[in-house]
Design a protein around this ligand. Structure first.
Ligand SMILES: Cc1ncc(COP(=O)(O)O)c(C=O)c1O
Length: 374
């Protein structure tokens, strides 16, 4: 007769199926077992592959129109895994000067000291003659990271044009699809080699987990990035994997409402004297509208605008019943963030609003009231 502990361990591993999927409960130590024949197993160790990731990754690959996807621990992990697998000393990377600030920080603080040349370009310059000149003289393997619509400027770049420029000099195009999501934009179809994104935002959508993913259709690129994930250990935990997979099922409905709310909010702000420089790619008068219309299926849930000062922003949020002051975005609640607090190159009163899934009329009435009380 085995001891109590042995009996307990054997009791929970009653079905010896290698790599059984994570169940809905918090059972984090799944019964991974090797088969008798060495070298034939798929799921030998969870850091390299596991069935939970495969469920999520096949859903993400299908949404991005990719042949494969890799789930990772956060959007930043997606960026760093992709860049570390592509770049080495002597190479060149181009990053947006007006995109997510931590990507610039990573390039400057980590890649530059490794001997990688870092260039920053505005999103609107990524397909310009300036970019062409830079790419023509860049040393080593060149990787261009484009983020469109950029967070927080919401500027948009023509991805077909950037990809043609990259292709003509053999550069690799990595597109951050966080703000648009694969429901709003298909970067691989537009010519990107790799998609990176934060799933912390709209795709998971409940502001309750961190995750990221990489998607691509080139088997060699996917293998290199999968190897980097396994060696660096930048993985997604089983519970987040399950939660993200479960949440994807409602992403379409949530996104549809977020886009409708964003368009209605942008139209209100545009006509309101308290708000200036309203940006939303879906507004017909927005400088990005034509390019966005040509490459986006819908325009996303983010709207930006300017108040004169930080104080007006704080009074605006305090005067609203629905707006929550928070820095992440893409969740079911409408949130507002004053980006200058994070050091983004924007004026003090620059506000980015992420529209939630509240009823459009309720959101508009609430924001109108808060604006009028300023
Ligand atoms: C465009 C963009 N890319 C990447 C990230 C990083 O994502 P995460 O916070 O999941 O690491 C963010 C986060 O806000 C983002 O806005």
């Amino acid at each position: 007769m085995n001891g109590d502990s042995t009996r307990c361990v054997r009791a929970v591993a009653a079905e010896k199926i290698p790599g059984s999927p994570m169940q809905r409960g918090p059972v984090f130590a799944a019964p991974y077992q090797l088969s008798a024949e060495e070298g034939t197993e798929t799921d030998t160790y969870a850091r390299a592959s596991n069935p939970g990731w495969r469920d999520l990754e096949s859903a993400l690959a299908s949404l991005e129109g990719a042949s494969g996807a890799l789930a990772v621990g956060s959007g930043m992990s997606a960026v760093t895994v992709a860049l570390r697998s592509l770049l080495t000393a002597g190479d060149t990377v181009v990053v947006p000067s007006d995109g997510y600030y931590q990507v610039r920080a990573y390039a400057r603080e980590r890649l530059e000291p490794m001997g990688i040349t870092v260039h920053e370009l505005k999103t609107t310059e990524m397909a310009s003659e300036v970019a062409a000149g830079l790419l023509a003289t860049a040393a080593g393997t060149t990787v261009v990271v484009a983020e469109t619509p950029a967070n927080p400027s919401l500027d948009v770049v023509d991805l077909r044009a950037v990809s043609e420029r990259c292709r003509s000099v053999g550069a690799v195009l990595v597109v951050d699809n966080t703000t648009a999501t694969p429901l709003g934009q298909q970067p691989l179809e537009l010519g990107a080699d790799v998609v990176v994104a934060s799933g912390t935002k709209t795709l998971s959508g409940h502001s309750d987990l961190l995750m990221g993913y990489i998607a691509a259709s080139d088997a060699d690129l996917l293998a290199r990035m999968g190897r980097e994930r396994a060696l660096s250990g930048t993985v997604l935990g089983p519970f987040e994997t399950w939660l993200a997979h479960r949440s994807l099922g409602t992403a379409g409905l949530r996104f549809e409402r977020q886009c409708a709310n964003a368009l209605a909010l942008a139209a209100l702000l545009e006509s309101h004297p308290a708000a200036e420089h309203v940006r939303y790619p879906g507004l017909p008068g927005d400088p990005a509208h034509d390019v966005a219309s040509a490459q986006m299926r819908s325009f996303g849930g983010l709207v930006s605008f300017e108040f004169g000062s930080a104080d007006r922003f704080h009074r605006f949020v305090a005067g609203s019943e629905l707006l929550v002051s928070a820095t992440s975005f893409g969740g079911i609640h409408t949130t507002a963030d004053r980006r200058a607090r994070w050091g983004d190159p924007v004026p003090d009163g620059f506000v980015r609003i992420s529209c939630g899934i509240e009823d459009t009329d309720d959101l508009i009435v609430d924001v109108e009231r808060a604006l009028s009380a300023l």
